[in-house]
Design a protein around this ligand. Structure first.
Ligand code: MG
Ligand code: MG
Length: 275
């Protein structure tokens, strides 16, 4: 990159509108995978269901082949935090599974993750998922109201530490990221408060905001498959993620059909469609 060029890729409105198309395909594919996550099915089945929606829409997967990754989604069950590989594992009643996927339309990327509790939920797992999801929306709202990328992590951190009951840990080994002509781009989007404000939030910035929370310690390890990340204490973990665009009129959640209105309006932020 030439001297004086921005390190961050700022998108035009028309580029962000294509990213929104990629986000809408992704949202539908996640709907299908989430609906398919019931006791007795394999994680491979969820991958097949997800891939079928992408194929039907003519979208490409950005996960398949990424550094050799063999599937279109990551399926991370229980103590698996992220990057679990779909396969023969059969989902059991009470499992908590994060489904993380992405789609490419005309070269523009989207990335989003949801957590599902299969069958009967342990109330503490339900709380873990609810808090992680709410933390993600706090982070997204901070993208609209904040001045710097560091405001996102601060909002997530403040929210998680304000929740009554047993404290939940915020993972530090994995973070959110810029997204656009590639899936993973600068800047990093931390999920916790630091003394660094980070880059300024300005139109054209597109971020994947993805808090990962755990019921125990935040130490992680990578399994022998070189992909699956687990908590070292075996405690359960959870991830929620959306891709979000900043434009001159406001923000729009690219991977949500309503731009995030349902969850952002109660937080005082009204998403605005990309002009
Ligand atoms: Mg993801
Ligand atoms: Mg991501």
């Amino acid at each position: 990159m030439a001297f004086g060029q921005p390190r961050i890729e700022y998108k035009t409105n028309s580029q962000m509108r294509i990213m929104h198309e990629a986000g809408l395909v992704l949202s539908r594919a996640l709907d299908a995978a989430v609906a398919a996550a019931v006791p007795g099915v394999t994680t491979k089945h969820l991958d097949d269901v997800f891939a079928a929606v992408l194929n039907e829409a003519g979208a490409k997967s950005n996960f398949l082949g990424y550094h050799g990754f063999p599937a279109t989604i990551c399926t991370s069950v229980n103590e698996e935090v992220v990057h679990g590989i779909p396969g023969g594992r059969v989902l059991e009643d009470g499992d908590i599974i994060s489904i993380d996927g992405g789609a490419i339309v005309n070269g523009w990327h989207s990335d989003s993750a949801r957590t599902v509790i299969v069958g009967t939920a342990d109330p503490e797992d339900q709380r873990l998922s609810d808090v992680t999801r709410a933390a993600m929306w706090r982070g997204i709202a901070a993208l609209a109201t904040g001045k710097h990328v560091g405001d996102i992590g601060a909002a997530i951190d403040d929210y998680v530490s304000s929740v009554p009951g047993k404290p939940l840990g915020i993972l530090e080994d994995y973070v959110g990221h810029g997204i656009g002509s590639e899936m993973h781009m600068p800047p990093d989007v931390l999920n916790y408060r630091t003394s660094h404000r980070g880059p300024k939030i300005k139109p054209g910035l597109c971020l994947a905001i993805e808090p990962m929370l755990v019921r125990g310690g935040i130490e992680t390890a990578v399994l022998e498959d070189d992909w699956t990340v687990v908590t070292t204490d075996g405690k359960r973990s959870c991830q929620w993620e959306h891709s979000v665009a900043v434009h001159e009129k406001g923000i729009w959640v690219l991977s949500a059909p309503d731009g995030g209105a349902e969850h952002l309006v109660p937080l005082g932020v009204t998403p605005v469609p990309i002009p």
